[in-house]
Design a binder for this molecule. Sequence first.
Ligand code: NAD
Length: 286
Amino acid sequence: MAIDIRKVTVLGTGVLGSQIAYQTAFRGFDVTAYDINEPALEAARERFAKLAAAYIAEVPGAAGGKAEQTASGIALTTDLAEAVKDADLVIEAVPEVLTLKQEIYRHLGEVSPERTIFATNSSTLLPSDIKDSTGRPDKFLALHFANQVWKFNTAEIMGTTDTDPAVFRALVDFAEAIGMVPIEVHKEKAGYVLNSLLVPFLNSAMALGAGGYADPEAVDKTWRIATGAPMGPFQILDVIGLTTPYNILAHGDEDAQRLAAWLKDNYIDKGKLGIATGEGFYRYSA
Ligand code: NAD
């Protein structure tokens, strides 16, 4: 029998958790969001209000009350057992710290109904790193969203060798039902599909810039004209913000550290962090 998903609980209401909860509720599912304390829930209410405004501006059908109703329809709680008591699916979007996630899954496994499926939105951890903490590895997998889920609507689905194929299928159907394009990843792969492509691409672009081979503008122009892509790698880096790639490169091998130093000396130390600060590789007007 196909697995029916109606009630969804989202753990963590930060950048991604708030978007996942909102998008899922917008598509008609019954959504509860959990976070650790009252200030975090207050921040969630503010995030939902901002998302409502973004949806009204950008998503067909959101105006005329639906966007606000979506925000007010999401149940918020700091009680984990209460949050998951009827959940068909729990989507976890808590900070990217392995030990923290493992601890949450241990607790979650104890308080959730037996049928509940657990999905992690982790960007860099493999589900195998977490599965033993869940107490139900057959009902555990990764469901990975991209920031700004309403427009960058991929959902990468990746299980472990223990994941029940029926659970995997159910998540593919669920992703589609909430307006995502499901991307099936057949084996565990750090970076899924998107970051397996994007990270080496961005690093190659930075190596051209840092090595003095070509200016960022020339690299971007080449990519746009020769492939028809709308943005070049340095434009993408400005959207992401330079701090995240810097932090990753700074912990890498010698080549990576050279790129990190180039980013730091030429951009980060000058406050050029990307679109968010008004300047990165390019300058942006407010
Ligand atoms: P964030 O820091 O914005 O939000 C994390 C939320 O988790 C906060 O609201 C925090 O209060 C809450 N939290 C902390 N401890 C908790 C606990 N014990 N139980 C429940 N909630 C707790 O983080 P984020 O950027 O939303 O990232 C969350 C996850 O999503 C990470 O695994 C990250 O890899 C992944 N992700 C992030 C992005 C992105 O662009 N930010 C994209 C895809 C995936």
